[in-house]
Design a protein around this ligand. Structure first.
Ligand code: B16
Ligand code: MG
Length: 214
């Protein structure tokens, strides 16, 4: 029996990776680091600070912690200028339809995202009222693949982790779900997300029948 669904945000409900990319790219240009869209793939599902570390690693730069804080903050301000202009049209295909279907079947819904900007994004997309619990980057101490974010989601919903399904686009997120003893639907390529119980290209491919067969 499925009690709850826990959704990652970036790459599952909305594609903010392109805004992250623009903001990291502007910072990289200032630092004289060559940073491509392919490099940006490595930052998906990864925390802000870890993302900066990867960027600096690419550029072969080592900086003191205070400077890194400053740069991360600068990137975030730039990133926020983009997400503050987001609209509900940017919700990925099928996401709202599937969420509605879950509600109609009395399945609880939580968010499990690494982003500290998740609340702003959900508000901009007008999705906040659909969630029974929201666990984001401001509420966790351990990053994915640690299962903390999803276990906190299950706990907030009072759901048994074994009866929860996580939707994730990042390999580390799939790993986190499995470590938490949950079922996992990968969103993206079966090649990189092979450990998930099921892989689909987007939430438009999901429905209650597929969910109950997991
Ligand atoms: P922020 P998710 C993740 O969100 C993004 O995929 C990742 O690229 C980003 O660095 C991370 O959030 C932190 O985001 O800078 O907004 O706190 O996929 O876990 O929803
Ligand atoms: Mg993601």
């Amino acid at each position: 029996m499925i009690e709850a669904c826990i959704f990652d945000l970036d790459g599952v409900i909305v594609d903010t990776a392109r805004y992250h990319y623009i903001a990291w790219k502007e910072l990289a240009d200032e630092l004289g680091i060559e940073f491509t869209e392919k490099d940006n793939e490595r930052l998906k599902g990864v925390s802000r600070m870890r993302s900066l570390d990867i960027l600096l690693e690419i550029g072969g730069l080592t900086l003191p912690p205070q400077k890194k804080e400053e740069l991360a903050q600068k990137k975030n301000e730039n990133y926020r200028s983009y997400i503050l202009k987001m609209t509900p049209e940017e919700i990925l295909p099928g996401a709202l339809k599937f969420i509605r279907e879950l509600k109609n079947n009395d399945i609880l819904i939580a968010l499990g995202s690494a982003s500290k900007n998740a609340m702003t994004i959900l508000d901009r997309l007008e999705l906040t009222p659909w969630f029974d619990a929201i666990i984001d980057g401001t509420k966790v101490t351990a990053a994915k693949p640690d299962p903390e974010v999803f276990l906190k989601g299950a706990e907030a919903l009072n759901a048994n982790p074994a009866n929860c399904v996580v939707f994730e686009d990042a390999e580390a997120g799939v790993e986190a779900a499995l470590r938490g003893g949950m079922k996992c639907v990968g969103i993206g390529s079966p090649k990189t997300l092979s450990k998930a119980h099921l892989v689909v290209s987007g939430l438009h491919e999901m429905n209650i029948t597929k969910l109950s067969q997991l």
